[in-house]
Design a protein around this ligand. Structure first.
Ligand code: NAD
Length: 337
């Protein structure tokens, strides 16, 4: 197949592009490089040869995007491009709606113009907001009431995809609601390197490496067993597998939604302990007040994606995920498999 990967210079998009190339597909990455990593594009270029193409552009450039879709005779789109920092979305909501919703509208217009009918969308557990204990683990039909503008933009996009699929336009869509993604390519060719980094596992491992003096834990008074927030961690390679499975299951006129998580919650303190185990290093922590927009507990019920797509996670423990991230952070000094 010939696939367009928006946001393919970013963390998850670059892992998806790599897996698609390895599966023999042709990949066209569109990325503005507002975030993401130019080195990942170079790596993909060297691995993909003539089957990899990169267009440095914004997905809001609709006419140019339509040409890219047509020129490369794209079969389906994986839409990762977005701004994805919760805190930033609280202070800059217009920028987030413009990029995440404006970008999505532009992409759908281009797809309709170029007669491309299949799309997988990166949604988020942030669309569930702050669920009650009775709503956990989260099924896909749990109420979606985001508590920050980032989550709002993802929910708007899900609604847009549902309406577009129902409109008679030949369109097939799937929204994958990612929980917390971590880990890296097994051979450490690419990995997680957000700038700035805001994700818990890489930050904790940066403390282990001595690049930061301590991990700041925001809130130790949540109504959880150890007082810290609980999240569901999924390995990036397992997440990419979910995309490949979802692509094969798309049906014109339907917009599907699946959670992608392991189905178990780990507290921030659990993550710190796991990072201490896999790194065998000292990791100092300090505590700060809760941050706005952080729900206490989020973890998935992944039974729908297991049932419908036969998906299962190969990285099934927190230690397997943190060990993968640790290996990436030590690339160059640790032999790669
Ligand atoms: N990382 C996670 O744990 C997580 C969890 C849930 C959902 N998601 C979603 O997954 C997707 C990928 O996340 P990530 O962690 O890889 O983020 P990332 O920031 O590493 O990658 C996003 C990429 O999109 C590009 N981009 C942003 N706006 C663009 C635009 N208008 N036009 C073209 N390119 C643009 C950036 O330059 C970047 O390379 C995002 O949609 C995010 O919301 C991520």
């Amino acid at each position: 197949m010939r696939l367009l990967v928006t946001g393919g210079a970013g963390y998850i998009g670059s892992h998806a592009a790599l897996a698609l190339l390895e599966a023999g597909h042709t990949v066209v990455v569109v990325d503005s490089l507002e975030r993401g990593c130019r080195a990942s594009i170079a790596t993909l270029g060297s691995l993909g040869g003539g089957r990899f193409h990169f267009e440095e552009m914004d997905v809001r450039e609709t006419a140019k995007l339509t040409s890219v879709l047509r020129d490369h005779a794209i079969d389906a789109v994986l839409h990762f491009a977005a701004l994805a920092y919760v805190g930033e979305s609280v202070t800059e909501p217009l920028r987030y709606y413009d990029c995440n919703v404006g970008g999505g509208i532009s992409l759908l217009r281009a797809m309709v113009d170029a007669k491309i009918s299949r799309i997988i969308f990166s949604s988020s557990c942030a669309t569930y907001g702050a669920p009650t204990a009775a709503q956990l683990p989260l099924r896909e039909d749990a109420p979606q009431v985001p508590v920050n503008p980032y989550g709002d933009t993802k929910l708007v996009m899900e609604g847009l995809l549902r309406s577009a699929c129902a409109s008679g336009t030949p369109l097939a869509a799937a929204a994958l609601r990612y929980f917390n993604v971590a880990g890296a390519d097994a051979q450490c060719r690419i990995g997680e390197q957000h700038q700035p980094e805001t994700h818990l596992i890489p930050i904790t491992l940066e403390v282990a490496l001595g690049r930061r003096s301590a991990l700041t834990i925001f809130g130790d008074d949540y109504p959880t067993q150890d007082g810290t927030c609980i999240r569901d961690y999924v390995h990036v390679s397992d997440l990419v597998d979910a995309h490949l499975a979802a692509l094969a299951a798309l049906e014109i006129g339907q917009c599907k939604a699946w959670n992608v998580g392991l189905g178990c919650g780990h507290s921030v303190r659990d993550v710190v302990e796991s990072c201490r185990r896999v790194s065998a290093r000292r990791i100092d922590v300090q505590f700060a007040p809760r941050r706005a927009g952080d729900p206490a507990v989020l973890y998935a019920d992944p039974s729908a994606i297991k049932r419908d797509l036969g998906w299962h996670a190969k990285f099934s423990s927190l230690d397997a995920i943190t060990a993968s991230a640790w290996k990436w952070m030590n690339r160059g000094s640790v032999p790669t498999a």
